[in-house]
Structure formats: structure tokens, C-alpha cells
Design a protein around this ligand. Structure first.
Ligand code: AMP
Ligand code: GLY
Length: 416
């Protein structure tokens, strides 16, 4: 099978690595650290009919309707159309859908006007959760104990000063607490196969300190999640959501990424994304021992029953992100990355290129905030973690930083 992966980061490198075990893979536009990257636009790559499957990685092209345009050309695509991608493109749409589907989620209100928004905010006990309706590159969510700060945030968002049009509608939510887990549900429009859960570490600093990021590390499997959890998520969340989507005329063929909180009242859905998580999907997908291309192609064809259920190695994977100086506020780019070969030679280590570029001499340089995802695999989380940290110990550039507590022993119960 010939597969094209659209995107340029760690998620796409991870997909290419795993798909490449069974298929021929091209990544567009990719980056200089991802083998098989080409600058050719996807429309050109598919024009000769030689491509069997296109997988669209990031949310923006999905929201912009790339899957629809490719399907109109007769291409087999894994990824929702613009109608399905609204789930991530508008949190108000997603929350309405969840209520319709009967999925447990935080109580909420959705507002375009200031006074009712402030009234609802003041009626809540706090901490306060304020979100932009539209896409905000993972930065549109404020969680705070300070009512004044929450009120100011609502004002800024609605005024369009903080996030432009993405913020002109806000969602205000009841605060939930508990460990967070990610479940990736491969969907064929009607049915789903949920992959084993992972956990993402969102804050920039050790002990979950500092600002939110796109994710600084991840691990899977999770010792605090009971067997059968993925099936429970399929039944309680994904299947009802797919039905509610179908009732709206949406045939969702792609991945639904459920961000769940394990509250004392059971799992509740914080958000859906319409793509694989980055970096959390990588600790799951790398452990896949079956043919991922065949699975995603079956979902794209609308019939997951034609392929066997995917299988996963029973080892552990721990991923640590090496980030550039200043990330997440103002990452510096252009620094030469040292030590990649030494890191790759560590037993059980895999390096995925996220924000990587090349300088005029062909050396790999930093080209984004999250630069390299360093994964260790081992018999258990402790061994996987040791290998990930041994590997990342070889990597350096000026100002590089990473968390030192990803999947540490204190995490065995899922707590921060
Ligand atoms: P979201 O983009 O909606 O997933 O939110 C980003 C992060 O904010 C989540 O991963 C949680 O850590 C936190 N968060 C979002 N919604 C809530 C909530 N209702 N209660 C507590 N924390 C939340
Ligand atoms: N790591 C979280 C995300 O992909 O949104």
C-alpha cells in the first residue's frame, strides 16, 4: 500500500514510522528530520492515482476541508470532512453534541455576550474554566481560582483582543478534577476501535508547574487504568457521538481523540480533537504490532469489520519532549541540534522530529518550540523511562529544556 501522511511534526513522524512497517510512506510537507518527506502538495501526489490512502495529521487542514476536496477527487482519506472537524473547530458545537449524545461532560454555558457570561461565571463555585470557542493552538483555555482573572479573561476573549474571532464566543465550564487520559478512537462513521489509553503531560515544568503547552511528554500503558477502559470509552462516548453525528448527517471517518478526566463520578469528556494527539498518540502507535495502514484504510472505507482488531506490544513506552529555549512563550529557533545519532543508539530508543529544520549546511536545527520527541521502550514504565532519559541525555542545543518527571514513580496512580 502507498500512503501519504499530511503534516510536518512529531505526530506525522510517528505515524510514518509505524505505517512504514507495512506500507510505503510519503510525508508532505514533513520536515528535514522525517525520512520520506517531500515538498510536493498532496493534490499533486495523488494526481496519478498511485496513492492508496491519505492520512491528514493536523486539525487545521481538516477544518479547512482538505478531506472533502480529496474525497471529491476519488481519493481514500482517513480524516473527517469539514463537517466532522467542527467538533474541534468549535467547542460550542462539541458540547452541544455531547449533551445530545448523552456523554458525561462538565456542565457549561456558551456565550457571545458579556453580561450573561459574567452572570454564569459568578454563579459557579470555582475554580473557573474559560475557553475560546474556536481553535487557539491549545492556548485558549484558562483554569484559575481567581474570579477577577476569569472575568478579565472573558472580557478579553469576547472583545476579540486575546484570540481574534476564535474567542468571540466563550465556553464557561464547571471545574472537574482527576487524572487526565487520552483515548484515540479509530472511527469508520458508525463503528469504532479504541486504542489503549495514554497520558499527556501538558505543563511546561516538573510537577505540572508553569504554563500549558502542546504536551511535554507522554506514557502508555497506564498502570492506573483498569483493563477494558478503552471498550468502556467506545460504548459510553464514541459510539453515541458517532450516532449523534450521523443524525446531523455527518459520516465521521477518522480518529476521534477523547480527552477524558477520571473524576470520582466516573470518566467525563473534557474535549474531542479530530486528529491523533501530539505527542500522546506516539506512545500508543509505536507499540502497535499489527498493520496500521490496513486499519486506517478500513476506517476510511467505512467498514472496520473487514480487518482484525489491532494488536499492541505489552511493553511500556515513555516519551520526553526536548523543547527550545523560551517555549511555550517565545521559542527560539535556528540552533544546531547535537547528539541525535548517539541518542538513537540507546537500546529501545526512538527519536521523532517535531519542530526540526535544516540550515544551509544541511545540519538539523531547531525550527519550533517542541523540537524532538524522545521515546524509550522497555519491559515496564521504569525501564522505558530510564531509556528515554538516557537517550535525551545525548541531545543538546543552546537553551534546550525538558521535563525530568515524565512517568515518574509518583505517577503510578495517575495523580500529578
Ligand atoms: P481542553 O483544550 O479543553 O482540553 O483544555 C485544556 C486543559 O485544560 C485540559 O487538558 C485540562 O487540564 C484543563 N481543563 C479543561 N477543561 C477543564 C475542566 N472543566 N475542569 C478542569 N480542568 C479543565
Ligand atoms: N497533546 C495534546 C494534543 O495533541 O492536543
Amino acid at each position: 500500500m502507498k500512503v501519504v501522511v499530511v503534516g510536518s511534526g512529531g505526530r506525522e513522524h510517528g505515524l510514518a514510522e509505524v505505517l512504514g512497517r507495512h506500507a510505503e510512506v510519503v510525508v508532505t510537507p514533513g520536515n528535514p528530520g522525517i525520512p520520506g518527506s517531500v515538498a510536493t502538495p498532496v493534490e499533486e501526489l495523488v494526481s496519478d492515482g498511485s496513492v492508496d490512502l491519505v492520512i491528514i495529521g493536523p486539525e487545521q487542514p481538516l477544518v479547512d476541508g482538505l478531506a472533502d476536496r480529496l474525497r471529491a477527487l476519488g481519493v481514500r482519506v482517513f480524516g473527517p470532512g469539514a463537517d466532522g472537524a467542527r467538533i474541534e473547530g468549535s467547542k460550542a458545537y462539541m458540547k452541544d453534541l455531547l449533551v445530545e449524545a448523552g456523554c458525561p461532560t462538565a456542565r457549561y454555558g456558551s456565550f457571545a455576550d458579556l453580561e450573561p457570561a459574567l452572570g454564569f461565571l459568578r454563579s459557579l463555585p470555582g475554580p473557573y474554566v474559560v475557553k475560546t470557542d474556536g481553535l487557539a493552538a491549545g492556548k485558549g483555555v484558562l483554569v484559575t481560582d481567581d474570579l477577577g482573572e476569569a472575568e478579565a479573561d472573558v472580557r478579553d476573549k469576547l472583545a476579540g483582543t486575546a484570540f481574534g474571532d476564535a474567542g468571540r464566543q466563550v465556553i464557561i465550564e464547571e471545574h472537574l478534577s482527576g487524572p487526565e487520559v487520552s483515548v484515540f478512537a479509530v472511527c469508520d462513521g458508525t463503528r469504532t476501535v479504541c486504542l489503549p489509553p495514554a497520558q499527556d503531560f501538558k505543563r511546561v515544568g516538573d510537577g505540572d508547574s508553569g504554563p500549558n503547552t502542546g504536551g511535554m511528554g507522554a506514557w502508555s500503558p497506564l498502570p492506573f487504568v483498569e483493563a477494558g477502559f478503552a471498550e468502556l470509552v467506545a460504548e459510553q462516548f464514541i459510539e453515541p457521538t458517532l450516532s449523534a453525528l450521523r443524525a446531523r448527517g455527518v459520516e465521521y471517518r477518522g480518529v476521534l481523540y477523547a480527552g477524558l478526566m477520571l473524576t470520582s463520578e466516573g470518566p467525563k469528556l473534557l474535549e474531542y480533537n479530530v486528529r491523533f494527539g501530539d505527542p500522546d498518540s506516539q506512545v500508543v502507535l509505536l507499540r502497535c504490532t499489527s498493520d496500521l495502514a490496513e486499519l486506517l484504510a478500513a476506517a476510511a472505507d467505512g467498514d472496520l469489520t473487514t480487518v482484525p482488531a489491532p494488536t499492541f506490544a505489552d511493553d511500556a513506552a515513555v516519551l520526553v519532549v526536548a523543547a527550545s529555549e523560551g517555549y511555550p512563550v517565545s521559542p527560539r529557533t535556528g540552533d544546531v541540534i547535537e547528539g541525535v545519532e548517539a541518542a538513537r543508539s540507546v537500546e529501545g530508543a526512538t527519536l521523532l522530529a517535531a519542530g526540526v529544520g535544516a540550515d544551509a549546511g544541511g545540519d538539523l536545527v531547531t525550527a519550533g518550540g517542541r523540537v524532538l520527541n524522545v521515546i524509550g521502550r522497555g519491559a515496564d514504565p521504569a525501564q522505558a523511562r530510564d531509556r528515554a532519559y538516557e537517550a535525551i541525555g545525548h541531545i543538546s542545543w543552546p537553551g534546550m529544556h525538558h521535563r525530568t518527571d515524565i512517568a515518574s514513580a509518583g505517577r503510578a496512580d495517575g495523580s500529578a
